[in-house]
Design a protein around this ligand. Sequence first.
Ligand SMILES: [Zn+2]
Length: 286
Amino acid sequence: MFWVIAIIVLVVLFKAGVFRKPGECQSCRKTLKGTEQQVFKGDTPFCLCKECSDKIHPQILSYAKSNWSYPDYTNYLAWEEATREERAQFDPDAKYGYGCELKVDTERGLFSLGSGRKGGLVFRFADLSDYELDFKPEEVKEGFFGDKVKGDEYVTVEMAAPRVYLEEVINYGVKLGLTKKGFLSTKYEYELSEGFSEVIRAFTICLYIEAARREGNYQEESMNIGEVEKALALFMFDSMDEVTQDSLKKQRNALIKAFHPDNNEQNEAYSQKINAAYDLLSGMAG
Ligand SMILES: [Zn+2]
């Protein structure tokens, strides 16, 4: 028993850095005792003092400690400073999740993924490099009123700036209704929950806007989610996923045909609206 306790104590002391050589904070160059060192274990490990490491948002600190090299830290500080004002405007218009919430500000192209009253760090869609928003089915439950599948709704995001990867379940134990595919087949189909679908829609629209902005074929003054929503509604699309140059052309021709612009003034205004919506969606579809 004594040895078990002794080993545990040694491990704890070792982890706390009691046996670590004195070092210095890579950022402010302050000399640090072993226990004062905040160690970052990226490709090239480095140390920070408590104050310098406290500049990292708590939500990404544990990722940073396991993955960052020193340039990731300086890049983070530069990003934090350069985008602070923009991110302070964060005013989400779509949100979903229990405990951990995904919030999307479609007008400014910002989002956060976090829990608690303070929420998570605010990120920009411009800095997003990969993502996944999905439902992970775990078990099928057969029931009198139909079968259901139980699972978790989750979000993963990989950011280019700051360099971080986050993986969060935003809703545990979700039950979705199932429909069997085919007569004898055991394949099931289910539809994502309404709240989740809505936030996914807001998220993907932001991605399309961002992609279009990168391509340079999106006008700054129409960077407005309301406009995109209206254009989608006008063309009777449920989401940007349905928008291709072909489907757009087809739909525009059908709409223009239905409202001849030479009939009267009202129709001319309508046809202008159709063309404006067409230009907007066509630019975003790339
Ligand atoms: Zn320091």
